[in-house]
Ligand binder design. Sequence first.
Ligand SMILES: Nc1ncnc2c1ncn2[C@@H]1O[C@H](COP(=O)(O)OP(=O)(O)OP(=O)(O)O)[C@@H](O)[C@H]1O
Ligand SMILES: [Mg+2]
Length: 253
Amino acid sequence: MKDEATITSRELVLEIKDLHKSFGDNHVLNGFNMKLYQGENLVIMGKSGSGKSVMIKCLVGLMEADKGTITVMDNDITKLDQKSLDVLRADIGFLFQGSALYDSMTVRENLEFPLRRHKRAFKNHNNTEKLVVEALKNVGLEHTIDLMPSELSGGMKRRVALARTLILQPKIILYDEPTSGLDPITAKEIIILMQDIQKTYGTSSLIITHDVDCARVISDRMILLIDGVDYAKGTFKELSASNDPKIKAFFKQ
Ligand SMILES: Nc1ncnc2c1ncn2[C@@H]1O[C@H](COP(=O)(O)OP(=O)(O)OP(=O)(O)O)[C@@H](O)[C@H]1O
Ligand SMILES: [Mg+2]
């Protein structure tokens, strides 16, 4: 764990300001703000349906925000043309909620997919085999290269999805519920893997979770998404000691 003051003195890699998103009368995000600094693990917690996935989808341009600015490595993503957005996306790894592997493709084909998609941005694409094997080694699953997703366990799928995210060597990784649906031991393995990745590559990570154990172990800083806004921020220690009932509710076991 890193000291909060050290982190906030670092370079800002991602910033969301005043993000609004509604679906009809359902006002999901009502002015959400966040900053992600170089090399940190920022955890965002919020209860189910609070808008965590919506926020992350706005962030990667899968959903259009109603209002607000999103700056990724000095680029305002709402103002980028498609080509520049694609180049920038190669720097942002996104581990979807669930694992979202392509069921009709082998593990190898799943991992080759982002390399083909980001050919323009990725210079070493000639040696895909080597990259695929290395990425699988990173998650301890090189032996699954020719298997289909249906032949893998839930935890293995999650690790393959993580390998697929890592293959483009992203500067920022967005994790949407990386441990959900996994048993505690497998969840712990995924968390250790995430920590290893951060240490090896110096990646900046935004981790969305409602797993308190995951937040405790991995977070340098945390933001609580409540009522569509960044209701509280601080370290795990600070937030878990809060007397605010809305905050306390998160940390009750
Ligand atoms: N495409 C959509 N169209 C309409 N409503 C949507 C859409 N996507 C999300 N919502 C609504 O936005 C709200 C927030 O959904 P979101 O998926 O962001 O929740 P979440 O915080 O990620 O929850 P969970 O922890 O269960 O994953 C929900 O009320 C949901 O019904
Ligand atoms: Mg979600």
